[in-house]
Ligand binder design. Structure first.
Ligand SMILES: [Zn+2]
Length: 399
């Protein structure tokens, strides 16, 4: 099949005016000017007209099991209060509610042009019951703060369900809810099974206060539910994380947030030359009113920065276009092309799929979307401005 469009945005150089992509089975086999691509390839021609054809978008951090929590929790001043509020909402839901929520989330993500998700799931036992309509990396979100001494059991149980998934990984939730033992156990298994890891790190001021000063609302809340607090009072969240995991498996980690870093953290990162994949969720960040995401400093350190929606408990939709626009509003000097990379090329790299996803290139998976485009010069700006449902999408070669 040959798919023609006014502009083809490959993420491999300038957009191709009057371009086309040849697809065979589930792979891209050719890309170029329409005339030349047509001469080199046989097959049915699909003409998308005045549209830009681009790689399907990759959401590097979401929680589709919380799709049905959209609008349920108003922004709260205190992060610990927000955790209490989401726990109260979750207590009202049944496994069937979560199942519906996940399916609804996948459908919504697809409507907004997302063809791959890095999805954290708090209920890995539901994974075998879901057939995602797009590509999914399932990260089991693991918490042992209320089950001390049971980390191994929790991880082993999750893995039994994850084995049904094509792509999976492990997500110790955060330093304040997952023990050091749970982190290390996840990392051991990830190395053994060659899978990825993700976690929430340095998200809020209260997390910094808890780790570094052994005080604040999050510290008090966790102490009250019986978390041993002896790891608090010395280090920043980043230091505590690095002390916990060592440096053997750093490239496997995708870190969500990194909003709150101390000067000593930046010094450490500069000295150690450690590199990470980082996911920023601009709209969830605004909802929580966290201090500004240190984009420029992390980028200068060579970090791979991606965008994600986080959950709809703190966001209004699963649109990565809206996420890109929110990022652009805070960081207007970053070019639209760089921003689009954060939901294509960069996210693919975080998932270790840089040779399969995130670009239109021969040999890559045929994950493509089209959006209205009337000007070739400003194709990237126009793509970021797209607001609505995608009406043409191809996932793994299927329209
Ligand atoms: Zn999250």
């Amino acid at each position: 099949m040959i798919v023609r469009a006014r502009t083809v945005v490959t993420m491999d150089g300038p957009p191709i005016e009057d371009g086309a992509v040849a697809v065979s089975g589930n792979r891209i086999v050719d890309v170029g000017k329409f005339d030349e691509t047509k001469a080199r390839n046989a097959g049915e021609i699909v003409d998308l007209g005045e549209q830009a054809l681009l790689p399907g978008l990759i959401n590097a951090h979401c929680h589709l099991d919380y799709t049905l929590l959209r609008g349920k929790i108003p922004p709260l001043k205190c992060f610990a209060d927000w955790i209490r509020a989401i726990n109260a909402e979750k207590a009202k839901l049944s496994p069937n509610d979560y199942l519906g929520s996940i399916n609804e989330g996948f459908a919504e993500a697809k409507r907004f042009g997302t063809t791959t998700t890095a999805n954290l799931i708090a209920f890995p036992e539901l994974v075998p019951q879901v057939t995602p309509p797009i590509r999914a990396w399932w990260f089991a979100e693991l918490i042992d703060v209320r089950a001390p001494g049971r980390a191994n059991e929790i991880v082993d149980l999750a893995i039994k369900s994850l084995e049904f998934a094509e792509n999976w990984g492990l997500a110790p939730h955060a330093l304040f809810t997952a023990s050091r033992h749970l982190y290390r156990r996840c990392q051991e298994i990830a190395q053994r099974e060659n899978v990825l890891l993700t976690t929430h790190l340095a998200e809020s001021g209260e997390e910094m206060q808890m780790c570094h000063d052994a005080s604040g609302p999050l510290y008090e809340f966790l102490k009250s539910i019986g978390r041993p607090m002896d790891d608090c009072g010395n280090e920043t969240p980043l230091q505590l994380f690095l002390d916990t995991i060592g440096d053997r498996a750093l490239p496997r980690w995708i870190l969500a947030h990194l909003n709150k870093l101390a000067e000593s953290d930046f010094e450490l990162l500069e000295k150690s030359k450690i590199g990470f994949h980082v996911v920023h969720s601009p709209r969830s960040h605004d909802y929580f009113k966290h201090s500004q995401f240190p984009f420029e400093r992390l980028q200068a350190l060579g970090f791979n920065i991606c965008l994600g929606t986080d959950s709809l408990a703190s966001n209004e939709s699963l649109s990565l276009f809206a996420e890109m626009r929110a990022f652009q509003k805070t960081f207007p000097s970053v070019s639209p092309e760089e921003i689009l990379k954060m939901v294509t090329v960069n996210s693919a790299m975080a998932l270790h799929q840089e040779n399969m996803l995130g670009r239109i290139r021969p040999g890559f998976c045929a994950d493509l979307i089209a959006v209205q485009c009337s000007e070739d010069e400003n194709a990237f700006e126009e793509i970021l401005g797209f607001d609505g449902s995608i009406d043409w999408i191809m996932v793994n070669g299927t329209m």
